[in-house]
Write a protein that binds this ligand. Structure first.
Ligand SMILES: Nc1ncnc2c1ncn2[C@@H]1O[C@H](COP(=O)(O)OP(=O)(O)O)[C@@H](O)[C@H]1O
Ligand SMILES: [Mg+2]
Length: 259
């Protein structure tokens, strides 16, 4: 059975997509069969793995609203063990279109269950949009675990407690087995006093959930997407590449027991 992990945070620009792309790639490098599902209409995860988002036949939008079978939307990438379900701006309509549907929270889960049973993948990584709308709720309903990327800045903790209550609500209503795999600190700069202060505060409340490795702020990480390359292929031995490798290994430790 595949283990499904959503990368979610209602804030934009916190490193969801960067983390989803690079962790999916590292899990694939570590010999796991990985499917990356782009569930953000911006399509950054799609282009981040080198797929032209406007030239694809089916996207996560058609999958979500059941206009195509999930198997038909899966594309191979140029990277070993890594496939993708792309997205583009068409997905922006999904939240609105789903609202009048019965069982609208379960649409993605239904599609995903077929895929999980089929056994083609070990890990399915979902890159969520920066909102807590129906698209994200569908992702969390279909997931085994969630990873919360967080940037150590002033309002981070407030956003995190809101997100934690959403997770609780989804657990109670739609997906009792959903668990927090971990909180991932991104774009960390230890020389910034605010970063370390926020990190200390975060540590007080969520100590055991925070990944051992933090992702540092790095130029290579922000450059790699414009070449359609995950950091492993763009700059294998850069600091942030090795950090993502460590996090991927930690994810294996934290999830393999449940597979
Ligand atoms: N560790 C990092 N160091 C430097 N830039 C980063 C880092 N992580 C992400 N970025 C950049 O920050 C921006 C927002 O990141 P992104 O992963 O797209 O966030 P989200 O998906 O949460 O909106 C992007 O331009 C990305 O390239
Ligand atoms: Mg994103």
């Amino acid at each position: 059975m595949a283990y499904v992990i959503s990368f979610a945070n209602q804030k934009g620009g916190v490193g969801k997509t960067t983390s989803a792309v690079n962790i999916a790639t590292y899990l694939a490098v570590l010999k796991k069969k990985v499917l990356l599902i782009d569930l953000d209409p911006q399509g950054s995860a799609t282009s981040g793995v080198g797929i032209q988002k406007h030239s694809v036949k089916f996207t996560s939008y058609e999958v979500l609203i059941r206009e195509c079978d999930i198997f038909d939307a899966i594309l191979p990438t140029n990277y070993k063990n890594l496939s993708v379900i792309p997205s583009n701006v068409s997905l922006a309509a999904a939240d609105y279109e789903l609202i009048s549907e019965k069982d609208r929270e379960y649409f993605l889960k239904e599609q995903m269950d077929k895929l999980k049973r089929n056994g083609d993948f070990d890990y399915i990584i979902i890159d969520c949009p920066p909102s807590l709308g129906l698209t994200t709720i569908n992702a969390l309903t279909a997931s085994n675990g969630i990873i919360l990327p967080i940037q150590c800045e002033y309002y981070a903790l407030e956003g995190l407690s809101q997100l934690m209550s959403t997770i609780k609500r989804i657990k109670n209503s739609y997906n009792p087995r959903l668990r927090v795999v971990g909180i991932l600190v991104t774009m960390y700069n230890s020389r910034l006093k605010l970063s370390s202060q926020v990190f200390d505060e975060l540590n007080k409340y969520y100590c055991e959930k925070i990944f051992r490795t933090k992702i540092s702020r790095s130029v290579a990480l922000s450059e790699a997407p414009s070449y359609g390359e995950p950091i492993y292929y763009y700059s294998r031995y850069s600091k942030s590449s090795l950090e993502y490798e460590d996090v991927a290994k930690e994810i294996l430790e934290r999830t393999e027991f449940f597979m």
